[in-house]
Design a binder for this molecule. Structure first.
Ligand code: URA
Length: 230
C-alpha cells in the first residue's frame, strides 16, 4: 500500500495532510526518513509519524439497523450510544458516518476509516441518502417541484440542494437528499408546511439497509458495499 494511504488508514488525517507530514520529514519507515507518498509499505512495516508509532489494524465497516431511543454519538447522553449495539472489540473506537436523530430509525454506517466516512459526510462529496418519511398531513401537490428547486431552511444562508421526492401515498413519501444539515429532512418538510411524524433511512449512496436486519441488529459490509462509496 502507498505510504500516504497507510497514514490515512491509521489516523484521521486526510491524504493532503499526510502528504504535508511527509514533506516536512515527519515520517520514518523502518527507521528511515521517507518523503515519497507513493513509497510502498506493508502491514508489518514500522511507521512513525512525528515520533508516534502507527498501528495498522484493518479497517472495519458495519451497517446497523438503528432503533429509536439511541443516539449517533460516541458518548451516552439522554439516550445510550448506538455503539452499545455493536458487539465488537473496541466498539467505541469506531465512529458513525452520518448521524440520525434519536427518534429516527434505519441505516447507520459505522467505521474506523476516517477517509471513507469523509466521503459520506463531506458536503463536497454530495453523497445521496434516501429516507422514508411519514407526514402529519397530506403532501402538497407542488412538493416535488419545491424540493427539486430547493427550499429555504431557517437560519441557513442558501436554499437546500435539489432533492428528489417520490410520493408513495398521501402521507408517506421517499426523499433523497445529498446533504446532511441538522434535522434536514424535518426542517425541509416544515419549510413546506408539513410535519414529519416518522423517519427511517433506507439508503446511503448505493448501500441499502439489509432487510434481514431487525431493529438493533448489525452486520459487516461486503467488500462491494465498502468500495461503492467513492
Ligand atoms: N433529517 C432529519 O431531520 N433527521 C434525521 O435523523 C436525518 C435526517
Amino acid at each position: 500500500m502507498r505510504l500516504d494511504k497507510y497514514i490515512c488508514r491509521c489516523t484521521e488525517l486526510t491524504r493532503s495532510d499526510a502528504k504535508k507530514y511527509l514533506k516536512r520529514g515527519a515520517v520514518l519507515v523502518n527507521d528511515e526518513l521517507i518523503k515519497d507518498p507513493g513509497h510502498q509499505v506493508y502491514e508489518e512495516s514500522k511507521v512513525t509519524l512525528a515520533g508516534n508509532l502507527l498501528s495498522f489494524a484493518s479497517a472495519r465497516y458495519i451497517m446497523l439497523h438503528k432503533p429509536a431511543d439511541c443516539i449517533c454519538s460516541n458518548v451516552d447522553e439522554l439516550y445510550p450510544s448506538v455503539l452499545h449495539l455493536v458487539e465488537v472489540d473496541r466498539a467505541f473506537d469506531l465512529h458513525i458516518a452520518g448521524r440520525l436523530d434519536a427518534d429516527t430509525t434505519g441505516l447507520v454506517l459505522i467505521t474506523d476509516d476516517g477517509q471513507w466516512s469523509h466521503k459520506i459526510t463531506s458536503p463536497k462529496k454530495a453523497c445521496n441518502k434516501r429516507y422514508r418519511v411519514q407526514l402529519s398531513k397530506p403532501i402538497r401537490e407542488d412538493a416535488a417541484q419545491l424540493f427539486e428547486q430547493g427550499v429555504q431552511l431557517q437560519n441557513e444562508p442558501k436554499l437546500t440542494r435539489p432533492a428528489k421526492l417520490e410520493v408513495l401515498s398521501e402521507q408517506e413519501v421517499l426523499l433523497t437528499i445529498s446533504e446532511g444539515k441538522y434535522h434536514q429532512v424535518k426542517r425541509m418538510f416544515a419549510a413546506i408546511g408539513n410535519r414529519v411524524v416518522g423517519l427511517h433511512r433506507e439508503q446511503i449512496g448505493d448501500i441499502e439497509l439489509d432487510q434481514e436486519l431487525d431493529l438493533g441488529q448489525w452486520r459487516y459490509l461486503t467488500e462491494e458495499e465498502v468500495n461503492s462509496i467513492g
